[in-house]
Design a protein around this ligand. Structure first.
Ligand SMILES: [Zn+2]
Length: 270
């Protein structure tokens, strides 16, 4: 069986819609769709990835040797996952890290999360106790994030995970405190983490993997490097310092709120 069993356009649309047009790989959650008002068009940059590959020669293709594969099963919704371009490439170039079953599971879990956030209605009011509980849970995701002279890879994974589970603080999300004051602190925290993530991953970023590949380091230029290189480092370094200082300030405020020592204005604003 060497010809490809591709998904139909309808199946691709279903996978994308079920994932809310976001990558379903845990920790990624990259948006894969936007509406371009100037051309009046929807733009998609996601991929419908196959769990069991579309043909025997594809990644994870060994499964064809082990069991009888029905082509309809390969083309079916249940064999797919909606991924961003980077994750789609990743699962194909290192398939041994993503055995058959992973992609299907990601798709199912993402869809279940989206469904439950819609089906679960918030109550009309939220108690301070519930808000503290949500803040405490939110802070638990921030607890082991380390932002020192370098950012461990582990912190990066934690940022991705938090961005995903927070549902960008949808009111029905269990991490959402709902109090305007603390919700604002939460949103600012997520924005800072997102900005750090983008800065590090940017093209021509002065951030690089450290020698042991365990994290990212802001590479200090050599003394003979041109002035623009020195300047780029200085700007990136100042920005990182400001962002991390603000991160720890917000984290501290949320932690105090979660243990009942928050600013009383949280109550008043509500
Ligand atoms: Zn992704």
């Amino acid at each position: 069986m060497n010809h490809r069993h591709n998904f139909s356009n309808q199946t691709k649309k279903n996978l994308a819609s079920a994932a809310n047009f976001r990558c379903v790989r845990p920790g990624c959650c990259q948006v894969t769709h936007f509406f371009d008002n100037s051309s009046n068009k929807h733009v998609h940059v996601g991929n419908a990835a196959h769990d069991i590959p579309a043909n025997k020669g594809g990644p994870r293709g060994e499964i064809y040797d082990d069991v009888e594969i029905d082509p309809n099963q390969v083309k079916a919704y249940n064999n797919g996952a909606w991924l961003c371009c980077t994750c789609a490439r990743l699962v194909d170039i290192v398939p041994h890290l993503f055995p058959v079953g992973d992609l299907q599971r990601w798709q199912t879990e993402a869809n279940q999360r989206i469904k439950s956030s819609v089906m679960h209605y918030p109550s009309n009011s939220i108690s301070i106790r519930d808000a503290c509980k949500a803040a405490k849970l939110f802070c638990s995701y921030l607890r082991d994030m380390r932002f020192e002279s370098y950012i461990p890879h582990d912190t990066f994974c934690k940022i991705g995970h938090l961005l995903q589970v927070s549902g960008i603080l949808d009111p029905v999300n269990e991490l959402c405190t709902l109090y305007p004051h603390t919700l604002n602190l939460q949103k600012q925290t997520l924005k800072i983490l997102w900005t750090i993530k983008l800065d590090v991953n940017a093209i021509n970023s002065p951030w690089h993997f450290d020698d042991s590949y365990r994290g990212y380091i802001l590479s200090q230029p050599f003394s003979f490097d041109p002035r623009d290189v020195q300047e780029k480092y200085r700007v990136a370094s100042d920005r990182y310092k400001n962002l991390t200082a603000e991160f720890f300030r917000l984290k501290g405020a949320l932690e105090r709120f979660s243990i009942g020592q928050g600013d009383n204005s949280a109550n008043e604003l509500w």
